[in-house]
Design a protein around this ligand. Structure first.
Ligand code: ADP
Ligand code: MG
Length: 289
């Protein structure tokens, strides 16, 4: 079914009016716009453990969606199936209506799916600017061993990305000297190197202080607005989730048990039960709301 155009948006439809499952019913009329990301029935087992079961959702351009759930719920497995690192046992992933299930991470990246790099992916001895240049070089398929000759390549573009994340003034510092929150902003700039239309962020704020978490997500939200970027992120702080997500998907034991606006999810007793004892608090944001 690769390359076939489909229109899998179903979230806003009433029960019983769902469109045919993409990949099984052939293409739908091309006059109906496809969502940026449509996920249908994703399922993945590791040995006897069903890590993800029948996960379906859509994400539109400019939309920020949080995928939440306790540790082991299957969030990272979902992300890895979306970015091509893992193939699903069952289910399909559509980007702009094109079936990209089973495509390699690089193919998916080239189709405009950015991901934030983990700390280990930045080269501490290189400068902030050089790290972003590496990410840009990788987009152009230039090899890392060309770096010596390519040291000036993409410098202007890298500086432009660093300006967007507020890091241009630290462009010449080695990454190893940066504060942790600043490393995260560099990672975000690197995630933007392929001018993505969808950004996947698996625990982007892990290890950050609460103030820094908010600052990084506020920046992400601003970038999403400016560039009409779709964002899917996981996050443990409920305050951050409820402040920045437009929609929330709740995973428990591999299945989506609740979905909706932050307020709907916050008030859902099943969601509160799943989080009971994990230390997550739903009250702080309720007080703000
Ligand atoms: P989360 O990101 O929500 O914490 P994961 O997607 O990492 O959850 O894990 C979901 C379940 O799948 C867990 O039970 C985990 O132990 C299992 N799992 C994840 N990756 C693997 C793997 N590569 N091999 C075996 N089991 C795995
Ligand atoms: Mg995880």
């Amino acid at each position: 079914m690769r390359g076939q155009a489909v229109t899998p948006g179903t979230r806003h439809q009433a029960p019983g009016t769902q469109r045919p499952t993409p990949g099984t019913q052939g293409p739908l009329p091309s006059s109906v716009p496809s969502p940026l990301l449509a996920v249908r029935g994703l399922t993945k087992s590791f040995g006897g453990v069903q890590a993800v079961r029948d996960v379906s959702f859509v994400l539109e351009r400019g939309e920020i969606v949080a995928l939440i759930g306790p540790n082991g719920a299957g969030k990272s497995t979902c992300f890895n199936m979306l970015n091509g690192q893992l193939g699903p046992d069952v289910g399909r992933v559509y980007l702009d209506g094109v079936d990209v299930t089973g495509h390699t991470p690089r193919e998916i990246w080239k189709r405009g799916v950015g991901r934030t790099f983990q700390v280990a992916a930045t080269y501490g001895s290189m400068t902030v600017c050089e790290n972003v240049q590496i990410a840009l070089l990788s987009r152009g398929r230039a090899l890392f061993d060309l770096w010596g000759r390519a040291g000036e390549r993409y410098r202007d573009e890298a500086l432009q990305l660093l300006r967007r994340v507020g890091m241009a003034d630290q462009a010449e510092r080695p990454c190893s000297l940066l504060a942790y929150g600043d490393v995260k902003r560099v990672e975000l700039a690197m995630g933007l190197a392929n001018a993505p239309k969808l950004l996947l962020m698996d625990e982007p704020t892990a290890g950050m202080a609460p103030g820094e978490r908010n600052a990084l997500m506020a920046l992400t939200a601003e970038l999403a607005r400016e560039s009409n970027l779709g964002v899917l992120f996981t996050e443990h702080s409920m305050d951050v989730v409820f402040t920045y997500a437009h929609h929330v998907l709740v995973l428990s034991r591999g299945e989506i048990i609740a979905r909706g606006s932050p307020a709907q999810v916050r008030d859902n007793p099943q969601v509160q039960a799943v989080y009971l004892g994990t230390g997550a608090t739903f009250r702080a944001h309720a007080a703000l709301a």
